[in-house]
Design a protein around this ligand. Sequence first.
Ligand SMILES: Cc1cc2nc3c(=O)[nH]c(=O)nc-3n(C[C@H](O)[C@H](O)[C@H](O)COP(=O)(O)OP(=O)(O)OC[C@H]3O[C@@H](n4cnc5c(N)ncnc54)[C@H](O)[C@@H]3O)c2cc1C
Length: 422
Amino acid sequence: MQRIVILGAGFGGLFAAQGLARAAADLTVVDRHNYHLFQPLLYQVATAGLAPSDVAWPIRSILSRQKNTTVLLDEVVDIAVDRHQVILRRETVPFDYLVVATGARHSYFGHEDWAETAPGLKSIDDATQIRRRILTAFEQAEMTADAAERARLLRFVIVGGGATGVELAGTIAELAHRTLAADFRHIDPRAAKILLVEAGPRLLPFLSEASSSYARRALERLGVEVRLGAPVTACDALGVTIGEERVGSATVIWAAGVAASPAARWLDAPCDRAGRVIVEPDLSLAGNPDIFVIGDAASVTTEAGSPVPGIAPAAKQQGRYVADVIARRIAGRPAAEAFRYRHAGYLATIGRRSAVIEFPRLKVTGWLAWWIWGIAHIYFLVGVPSPFIVSIRWLWEYLTYGRGARLITGDHPHDKIGGPAA
Ligand SMILES: Cc1cc2nc3c(=O)[nH]c(=O)nc-3n(C[C@H](O)[C@H](O)[C@H](O)COP(=O)(O)OP(=O)(O)OC[C@H]3O[C@@H](n4cnc5c(N)ncnc54)[C@H](O)[C@@H]3O)c2cc1C
């Protein structure tokens, strides 16, 4: 029996595994988390709209009906390409075919020490940490008698004007100005300042200028201050420095940079500037036709020569494609044609009333775009357990302004009530 190993059970890895459900092979799926995460709704966990269990599901249960599949909770530390072995923390796993789908992580552009004070949003732990920091800032503001400290606690800085930054800024503004408005006695949460800082000249750079400008205006209507062409030059527990200006803040969130997982290092393979492995037209590694790299870990170009974007539909399409390539080889069928990316469009929400959508032939903004975004995400949820229940919870959160998940959980010295430990 051929041994197929898939590293990572995100969108790419999971779709590859599901595409190989009927292959006459032993399939092993490895992930360092026991859950598959629906990252597009993670910002809702970070802003206390949805609970973690609404956006993540155990990989083991998603794949439980696939009798040819074993799930391993372990972390990849290296790949011995010549020996066809994956080195995990606890064991070494041999393979005949390997699919690397370990995604991406944050990049602090050489300032890794900023991670402690400015968490990024990538995992459930990141989201609950950000939720804790946001909610704790309001609690601390309620308790302090010092007006300057109160202002610092009620200032939220989001670094990075891509989709995650825009979605976080809009939702934190609504949390402060609507959801929490009546909950405190000594502070007015509506006085909270939300600052979205972007080093480039516009928000959502993957969209047209008109959609970027629309997003900016929509955020400003929600009370978000948008600063463009404003690089963050320092970041610590008391705030950020933007250019030369010091801005005090107890809650800085990093949504600025993405770097691929260390797949290129593990495979000793060529990569692009973001660390994504450069792959062949069938998504395999040059010189190693049995090893594939997909999703955010791979650098793939479209037929027109532009880069395939790091979004969920691209990872899913690549997962399905490599499953087909491997299944054909195992069954001795003719090889598949080169991978072709089909772009469905870009979507980003701005709070709960607005969104921007750019389909290949149609641009939509405003509330209609929000509903299209919502319906598209419900459609994306198909394939995960209980999409209907998640959709209902999500609708409930929408109607009630997220009264459900405003819990401060976990423990970290930075966001202890009363401030960081001395
Ligand atoms: C906050 C956020 C919001 C987003 N919003 C959208 C959106 O609205 N629409 C959209 O289309 N895209 C969105 N994206 C992008 C989309 O989620 C990614 O493009 C997609 O998840 C990539 O899929 P992937 O399989 O390559 O990687 P991932 O889905 O990131 O999966 C990688 C998997 O590998 C595992 N892994 C990583 N390293 C190791 C290791 N060393 N050992 C073992 N396991 C490992 C991880 O635990 C994870 O399960 C968003 C991303 C983020 C972070």
